[in-house]
Design a protein around this ligand. Structure first.
Ligand code: ATP
Length: 300
């Protein structure tokens, strides 16, 4: 009988691995937009992250040879710190995320995690320590428990429940007819944008990555949901090296450090208060967004 079960078990593992790959690809969709071949160097070792700091060291990169997007970008996210990247649309914020996941290699300069050049280690080991909470999450037509547990192969029911609690999903799950076994997705229960994002957070909690990339949702969530989600994200990012790509400044005022990217260069860096005092690009963006919020509120 074991002879029969072993191949079946293997098949199940292959199936799960493929699915995992597929959803990772789908989740990264916004980060990838084009497929580029990035290969492991021969005999590449695995990345070993004891203190997972992230360093961009004089990184130059563009998608096409005739247009440079990042023009010698250097910054550091010390292990356990939260750094946010802001800047005008098209400045290259999401590009930083794509390079960190090594969907592309820089033209020159290096990206280091705990002192190791990410181009010199295996991609599997690199992506194993990175987690992303994307703008839009993909849900399978499977149970909500499956959708959460899928963050890590071999996640137990206790892991799934803990992650669901961490992502403040238990209230919803307890109201569902079959709890964690309730089918969700296109053919199951439709979840709201905020609920889907919570599933993505729970999935990331199950994966428990050393480094977290938060690609801020631009999709409209109502202010209350957004505040709730932000609080949950803060729990996720606590004591973890994290990098936020932010569109709205209100979401990142608490970051340890904020990087203002302008035309592919680091224009300013500091805490929210420091950057306001500096009275430069960030202060200008802050004033503009505050104005927009007031106008929106007046219109409601
Ligand atoms: P936003 O705030 O609007 O999301 P961003 O700062 O995240 O912008 P990126 O997505 O990093 O900007 O894009 C930087 C520049 O690179 C943009 O001008 C964009 O058009 C260009 N770009 C992005 N992806 C590709 C690609 N796959 N091929 C060619 N150019 C690209």
């Amino acid at each position: 009988l074991t002879q029969l079960f072993r191949p079946l078990d293997m098949l199940g593992m292959v199936y799960r691995t493929i699915r995992q790959g597929l959803i990772d690809m789908a989740e990264m969709f916004r980060l990838i937009d084009t497929h580029v071949e990035v290969r492991d160097v021969a005999g590449a070792p695995a990345l070993i992250a004891h203190q997972p700091s992230v360093v961009f060291d004089d990184v130059v990169f563009g998608y096409d040879r005739d247009r440079t997007i990042l023009k010698g970008l250097s910054f550091e996210v010390p292990a356990g710190h939260h750094v946010a990247i802001v800047g005008p649309s098209g400045a290259g914020k999401s590009t930083i995320g794509r390079l960190l996941f090594r969907f592309y290699d820089p033209w020159s300069g290096r990206i280091l995690i705990d002192g190791q050049d990410i181009a010199q280690v295996t991609q599997t080991s690199l992506r194993a320590i990175l987690g992303i909470v994307p703008q839009d999450s993909v849900l399978f037509n499977e149970s909500i428990g499956y959708n959460i547990g899928y963050g890590r192969d071999g996640a137990s029911m206790a892991d799934i429940q803990e992650a669901a609690r961490g992502a403040a999903l238990m209230g919803l799950i307890e109201r569902l007819p079959a709890g964690l076994d309730t089918e969700v997705g296109e053919r199951g229960l439709k979840l709201s944008g905020g609920e889907k994002q919570r599933v993505a957070i729970a999935r990331t909690l199950v994966k428990n990555p050393r480094i977290l990339l938060l690609d801020e949702a631009t999709s409209a969530l109502d202010t209350r949901t957004e505040q709730d989600i932000l609080a949950t994200l803060h729990t996720l990012a606590a004591n973890r090296t994290s990098l936020s790509i932010a569109h709205r400044l209100s979401t990142i005022v608490d970051a340890d450090s904020i990087i203002v990217l302008s035309e592919g260069r680091l224009a300013e860096q500091g805490s929210h208060a420091e950057l306001l005092r500096y009275d430069g690009l960030y202060a200008e963006m802050w004033a503009r967004q505050a104005n927009e919020v007031q106008t929106d509120q007046a219109a409601q």
